[in-house]
Design a protein around this ligand. Structure first.
Ligand code: SF4
Length: 851
């Protein structure tokens, strides 16, 4: 074991990173060795035990805690470990498997003091609180623990935000998105923080890691500085990589760092929250006078960034006002957990509320206050009528989604949070990003992650089932709140605030989530769509109209974006189906909105829920786990169907901006042009552009899009000048299209049919050739996402299908002619959605038609 570990350590050292934490098998071997340590290896073995096993409820932590408990009980002995040492080491494991043995040790006189000290510093004790409280009635050490929790020693013992920090600046000009920090192509290494961090900035700021390392070797703390930091996907891995480069080691937690200073002219909201949760210090301030290599002093008391000579370069305010507490606690999540424990202990001791923690300053509702739809939905999840923008609240998380490139990190966070059971009533895990072309690590993850999720009461999909959102949306309840570790977790019914994997894990484990309620922007639609203008054109009309009104600008420098960090609320489309509503909410990610919601009719939602109930029942019958969780969701959906009612915005609700869009004015398809989802143009502005690849797929699509494409291709010959990629979002869509004989049309024009999932959209597996022109129905067209140097247009499946036939973007006249001829006569047939309750194989057995 030692030889194998040292070999692995040497390989990693050659890469400049530490060895991976020990797995359960290695930990087992280690514990055996500790009982009879080989001469000369004593220090090394002890260090492995203390510092190279992940804490919480990691399986290796279970082995470690079990061994240490055996030492306490005298069942196993090590010449290197006294019982007191075992207690001390258990005290560094953060919660989970270590808590039971520590509580027991409170009743062992010679160990009680050490156990009390260890438990006082441990906040993730959950149900063990009651055991310690009961013991405290007769046990002095347990009493000291409860008193210590009440005094929040776990908090006060830690240093707060330093009044002044001297840092050397590493600055990246312009916008740095989370893909720049954590490239999609390296997604499989994300759970291995140090290894993944080696890919940080490799295309956006090559050489940056070496520069940061050079500054650190000079003895400086390094601040990461950018004009616009952390836009794009909600990637905890992005924050992990930054903190690995600039942060500090966490005692007894291998391969993770915290306490880095991140400064941005703009810091994207999800990235900001992720930094808060990770114990970093994110500061928003003017960065124009900062450049790489500058040594500056950050004065957190005065809110100034100064040169060493005292010249003020910029000013800031630490915000929110709870940020300093969060930093001190090691992050926003540790603060919430610890604060809850302190409150519980104070209540048990009959003490009043402590004034130790900074209280958020919340706006007060006026008499007769009106609330928007989002404000009411979040209000409902908080048990109040509405929640005003700027309120720090903790809404109940009814549904939590996790996808496979962030899932392993979410699992690691859940282990660190010592979560053995989800408190959120629905936690769903998908495998859509890695199903088609899994790497070795993905294959391993496909086997282990489902069990991890199911053991905790979550629902695990299977590789090949399809895209996370196309499934998660089917499990939703109206007017409820949720989250997900994929930035496109944007519920079409209810509302979702996507987050990084740390916060998603917390939401799953705790059943609620901290939220600073954002303001809302209302988009109000009116008028009727011209035939041939699709929902995707409506999606692109939102930035188009915002640009016309000066509320959005395309250039990155001094960018204006009214949607950034706000909630995009939409109304005025009474006949919209829930499937269509998702196209609108999904694209809120591209607007950098914090969330989105749509005002829908009870009829649309009821139709969707009836279909979903049939799907969930079929999932149970097919053996999907956790069946009890699915059944509870079926019951809740049926309860809503028995009495359908939806929340609506008040007339006097207030919005940061209102954008009115007259759909009748949409006279041409609108496309997002290379390579910016905000750079929207009418088709005539880019008509006749040569197209090399067309991708029809992603969570933006539903079965209607693929039928429409099939109709436009019927009778067409294979056009070898265009590679066509087809990826219906779920296996049910695939099957239905096959049953309707559309697959034969797809192969006739030479389309490549991908396994249901994310496919080209994610760009981590299949990719287009370098520098080609692509037309795609996917969500975003960031540089290099689908292929290196690819120029990507985003628009409707219908437009894409015509582009396949022509090898170029059509003119509006060509497009409308094709639509009128091929689709308009059968539009009702083409745009039917998957209504599972009407499909034979989804009916309960006794009700199926016998042929
Ligand atoms: S299809 Fe694309 S946007 Fe949707 S979940 Fe997959 S990668 Fe994300």
């Amino acid at each position: 074991m030692i030889d194998a570990y040292l070999k692995h350590e040497a390989e990693r050292k050659a890469l400049g990173i530490p060895a991976r934490p020990l797995d359960p098998e290695q930990t087992r071997e280690l514990c055996k060795l500790l009982e009879a340590p080989p001469a000369g290896q004593e220090k090394f073995l002890l260090d492995l035990l203390e510092n190279r096993v992940s804490p919480g409820v990691d399986p290796a932590a279970e082995v470690k805690a079990g061994f240490l408990a055996d030492v306490l009980h005298g069942k196993r002995k090590s010449p290197l470990l006294s019982k007191k040492d075992a207690v001390r080491i258990l005290g560094t494991m953060m919660g989970g498997y270590n808590v039971g043995p520590l509580v027991e040790a409170l009743s062992v006189p010679e160990l009680a003091d050490g156990a009390a000290q260890a438990l006082s510093a441990t906040t993730q004790v959950y149900d063990a609180f009651d055991a310690v409280l009961a013991l405290s009635k007769k046990n002095a050490a347990a009493k000291r623990v409860v008193e210590s929790w009440a005094k929040a020693d776990w908090f006060t013992a830690r240093p707060g935000v330093p009044a002044q920090v001297k840092v050397k600046v590493f600055k990246v000009d312009g916008e740095i998105n989370t893909d720049d920090f954590s490239p999609a192509g390296d997604a499989s290494t994300r759970p291995d923080i140090p290894l993944h961090a080696l890919a940080m900035g490799k295309t956006r700021f090559p050489g940056g890691l070496a520069k940061i390392a050079e500054f650190r070797a000079q003895g400086f703390q390094v601040a990461f500085v950018g004009d616009v930091v952390g836009t794009g996907s909600s990637r905890k891995s992005a924050c992990n990589s930054v903190l690995w480069a600039i942060g500090e080691d966490i005692p007894s937690v291998p391969n993770k760092r915290r306490n880095g200073v991140i400064i941005g002219g703009v810091i994207a909201p999800i990235f900001f929250n992720t930094a808060q949760d990770s114990g970093a210090l994110p500061i928003k301030t003017d960065v124009t006078k900062l450049k790489t290599g500058d040594v500056v002093v950050i004065d957190t008391v005065k809110g100034e960034v100064r040169t060493e000579q005292g010249e003020v370069l910029s000013t800031f305010k630490l915000a929110p006002n709870t940020l300093a507490d969060e930093y001190r606690a090691g992050g926003r999540i540790p603060l919430i957990i610890g604060r809850a424990l302190t409150e519980k202990a104070r209540q048990a001791l009959g003490l009043g509320e402590t004034d130790l923690f900074t209280k958020p300053v919340n706006p007060q509702p006026k008499p007769g206050q009106g609330y928007s739809l989002a404000q009411k939905m979040v209000g409902k999840a908080c048990g109040v009528a509405g929640v005003l923008p700027g309120t720090a609240c903790e809404p109940k998380m009814t549904t939590v989604g996790s996808q496979d490139t962030t899932g392993p990190m979410t699992a690691d966070e859940l282990k660190e949070l010592a979560c053995l059971k989800f408190a959120a009533p629905m936690f769903m895990q998908s495998f859509c990003h890695t199903a088609a072309y899994p790497k070795a690590a993905d294959v391993k993850m496909h086997k282990s992650l489902p069990r991890f999720v199911q053991e905790r009461g979550g629902v695990a999909l299977k590789p090949g089932d399809g895209v996370i959102h196309s499934w998660l949306n089917r499990l939703l309840l109206p007017d409820t709140v949720g989250t997900g570790g994929d930035s496109h977790t944007r519920f079409p019914i209810g509302i979702s605030f996507p987050a990084g994997s740390g916060l998603v894990a917390f939401a799953g484990a705790a059943g609620f989530m901290p939220l600073d309620m954002p303001e809302s922007v209302l988009v109000r639609f009116k008028g009727k769509l011209k035939p041939g203008i699709t929902l995707r054109d409506v999606v692109n009309a939102i930035p188009y109209w915002a640009i016309q009104q000066g509320l959005l600008t395309v250039p990155k420098k001094n960018k204006k974006n009214v949607f950034n960090g706000r909630i995009l609320e939409m109304e005025g489309l009474p006949d919209l189906t829930v499937e269509q509503a998702f196209e609108l909410t999904d694209a809120a990610a591209e607007r950098s909105a914090a969330a989105a919601c749509v005002d829908l009719s009870e009829k649309s939602v009821a139709t969707y829920l009836r279909s979903n109930v049939a799907l969930m029942k079929k999932m149970i019958a097919d053996g999907y786990q956790d069946a009890a969780t699915l059944q509870r969701r079926v019951d809740e959906a049926e309860a809503w169907l028995a009495k359908p009612a939806l929340l609506r915005a008040d007339k006097n609700a207030e919005y940061a901006a209102v954008i009115e869009i007259d759909l009748a004015q949409l006279d041409e398809p609108i496309l997002a042009c290379p390579n910016d989802p905000d750079d929207v143009k009418k088709l005539s502005a880019v008509q006749n552009t040569k197209i090399d690849d067309v991708f029809l797929g992603s969570c933006m699509t539903n079965i209607g899009h693929f039928r429409a494409a099939g109709e436009l291709w019927k009778g067409q010959k294979f056009n070898p000048a265009v590679r066509t990629w087809i990826c219906p979002p779920t296996r049910m869509d695939q099957q239905q299209l096959k049953d309707e004989a559309y697959f034969s049309t797809y192969t006739a024009i030479g389309a490549r049919i991908e396994i249901a999932g994310c496919s080209l959209c994610m760009g981590n597996q299949a990719r287009v050739p370098d520098a080609v022109n692509v037309f795609s129905t996917s969500t975003r067209n960031f540089d290099d996402r689908m292929g290196n140097g690819a120029k990507v247009f985003l628009g409707s499946a219908e437009l894409g299908a015509v582009a396949v036939n022509l090898g170029r973007l059509p003119t509006p006249a060509e497009y409308f002619a094709a639509y009128q001829e091929k689709i308009a006569p059968k539009a009702a047939q083409v745009y039917r959605y998957l209504q599972f309750d009407e499909l034979e194989e989804y009916k309960p057995k006794g009700l199926r038609t016998v042929a």
